[in-house]
Design a protein around this ligand. Sequence first.
Ligand code: ZN
Length: 339
Amino acid sequence: MIEEVMPGIYRIEVPLPDETLKTVNSYLLKGKERDLLVDTGMNKKECWEALLSALRELGTSPEKIDIFITHIHHDHFGLAMPLASKEATIYLNARDAEFLKDLRVPGKELVYARLNGFPVDEVQKAMWQRDEFIKTTSLEELKKALPGSAGDDVPQSKRFHFLRDRDILNIGEYSFECLMTPGHSSGHLCLYEARHKILFSGDHILEDITPAVFLWPGDKRNPLKEYLNSLDRVMELEVEAVLPGHRKVFQDYRERISELKEHHYYRKEEMASFLDANGKNAYQIASKASWNIPLPWEQFPPHLKWMALAETLAHLKYMEENKQVKSELRDGVMVYYRS
Ligand SMILES: [Zn+2]
């Protein structure tokens, strides 16, 4: 499905086979010499065919496009490298790419599982999405191109252009400012066009889906705090059309931001309510929380339990830094209790 959402900007709905999200948005922006594609879909045959036929219909082809990636999740980034021609530039943020460097540190997941009470025999099964991502993405090429330190004056490779906050991308009559909006991923970028009041929101703000916020193994950040700050940042913008990573274009972003903040407030309060003086580990807390999955916890497939654990840890980290909860290592397992 193709829809012209603004003059010269087309939303292409790319199917996501076997994914609960069903579809992802890829946007084509027509330029003078080269066009720009925002996000791509997964590295799967169905995505590839849908995207190529849409590009053809819009009078362009991979040879004519550069690619901008809002964040390096498989549904947005998966086709970027297979699709990019020799002349193409792939614009992405260095912080997300840096995260991929550590993706294959052996044993990191096991340490994280043990520390948080996750059943160790389910770790392998929980990892299938990550394994699939590694298998289908040319990570080696990306890793070679990565700057030594993210964010500074980095040498850009021919193929990858690592973007920083407030960098400008000009395409056609539009001039977009890159806005670092970490939270859903560590280097998530939105694109803002102040003159036309357009925001490409990636998965930072979606209209009817709540973007997940995770704390993954080895991550020292406070992703929920970053996410809430990134919501505040967007709240201050003047926007007439939000072009999201999934579903339709929408307008009421301020109301939506308030809902998302409320969601995380109640989620953290719910998790806090399970805590007592004795303490519980993150897996025990995750198993009690209300998830938007129509199954009892025992029947969650391992990868959903793993994501629920990572989301629980993001909330626990936030509460711990706010002195709402305390943690303590007991027999090799981190337990949380009310402070
Ligand atoms: Zn997504």
